[in-house]
Design a protein around this ligand. Structure first.
Ligand SMILES: [Fe+2]
Length: 372
């Protein structure tokens, strides 16, 4: 019998068959397959009213020691049960009871927390204890040691967003738990293994040093980690800025939108993830737009819907909405007298660095303009 090498190819069909048998494909038969993306995530809304009772049940039924993290990971229906919210983002609702904590660890994926409910939840990042109130954002850059807990008197729930699916795709997902600190009380001053970090800077360091913008202390060192030296972004500060901007025309595609930035460089708050807060004034409807980055939204205030590829996805407070990359979408505040405020995380910061970020918007006349 002839081997593959000995067979003479006499037609293009035979060539295609032969190529497939050797795990290759002729370019001219596959040209159309490369546009857009190869991901299969779809728009989806995780409803707070449905998932919050599940978290309560987990709090009732499962001790933290067994759960490790009492989190409900968002599974995009397009991924058949995999815990990916979008092609690049992992999202979750996580509940921590009073007195519980999660041991110190670090990892290569960029991570963020956005507090939805309760007071007293905290994340210590590289020795800075960031205590969260509703709407506050804390970021943990790649490789930054962090531990979590709840010093309050009631359960806290936050939304986690990590770029873990992106890190997995790039085969860069590493996780470490062996953390050491020097025991200053001991004679030997030898490093000892610790489950939590000691506080090494004053409480509210990030908002105190960087929070107001416009001025920068010149007596502190700003290179505490990769990415932004600011780890905690307070909702009360962002809210002041949104309200101050509310009488501006804003963006026809995003309303009054602000980005959380690295205060030293002016770039996105993380190397790979970017964070936005947007105000949609009563009755405001935005124009359709799309970008090469996927996004995960959390509804801070109000109610409305997001149209994605022609379909409406209604949302209310604390719901989380996945918008896949390159999907046409537009947000609408359906209330005639209440603001709607949306928080969002996307991997656009990573795509910008790679030269892969692209954003387009539709104008009122239906024509398409390049936005970024
Ligand atoms: Fe973590």
């Amino acid at each position: 019998m002839e081997t593959l090498e000995q067979m003479e190819i006499t037609s293009l069909d035979e060539l295609i068959t032969s190529a497939r048998a050797t795990c290759s494909v002729p370019y001219w038969t596959s040209r159309g397959d490369w546009q857009g993306s190869d991901t299969t995530d779809v728009p989806h809304v995780w409803r707070w009213a449905q998932l919050r009772p599940q978290l309560a049940a987990a709090a009732r039924l499962l001790p933290m020691e067994e759960a490790e993290r009492r989190a409900l990971l968002f599974c995009n229906p397009g991924y058949g049960g995999k815990p990916f919210a979008t092609s690049s983002l992992l999202g979750a609702y996580q509940l921590t009871k009073p007195g519980e904590n999660c041991p110190v660890h670090r990892h290569t994926p960029s991570a963020s927390r956005f507090l939805l409910e309760g007071e007293g939840g905290w994340t210590t990042v590289e020795g800075e204890k960031c205590v969260l109130s509703r709407g506050d954002v804390v970021v943990t850059p790649p490789g930054a040691w962090h531990d979590h807990g709840n010093d309050g008197s009631s359960d806290i729930v936050w939304m986690d967003v990590l770029d873990l699916p992106l890190a997995l795709r790039l085969k860069c997902n590493f996780f470490e738990t062996e953390y050491f600190e020097v025991d200053t009380a001991s004679e030997s001053k030898a490093p000892v293994s610790c489950l939590s970090q000691s506080e090494r800077v004053v409480r509210d360091y990030s908002p105190t040093v960087y929070g107001t913008g416009g001025v920068m202390p010149r007596f502190v060192t700003h290179d505490r980690s990769t990415g932004s030296p600011q780890f905690l972004y307070k909702w009360k500060d962002t809210k002041v800025r949104l309200n101050a901007l509310r009488d501006f025309e804003g963006s026809p595609h995003d309303g009054i939108i602000v980005e959380y930035i690295n205060p030293v460089t002016g770039e996105s708050a993380m190397q790979t993830l970017s964070f936005h807060m947007q105000l949609l004034r009563p009755g405001e409807g935005c124009l359709l737009h799309r970008s090469t980055a996927s996004a995960l939204y959390s509804v801070v205030e109000g109610s409305g819907y997001t149209e994605v590829e022609g379909k409406r996805y209604e949302w209310g407070e604390n719901d989380s909405i996945a918008v896949p990359a390159w999907a046409w979408h537009a947000h609408v505040n359906t209330s005639a007298n209440r603001d709607a405020v949306l928080y969002s995380v996307s991997e656009s910061a990573a795509l910008r660095k790679l030269g892969l970020y692209r954003r387009e918007g539709r104008q009122l006349d239906g024509s398409i303009v390049r936005l970024d």
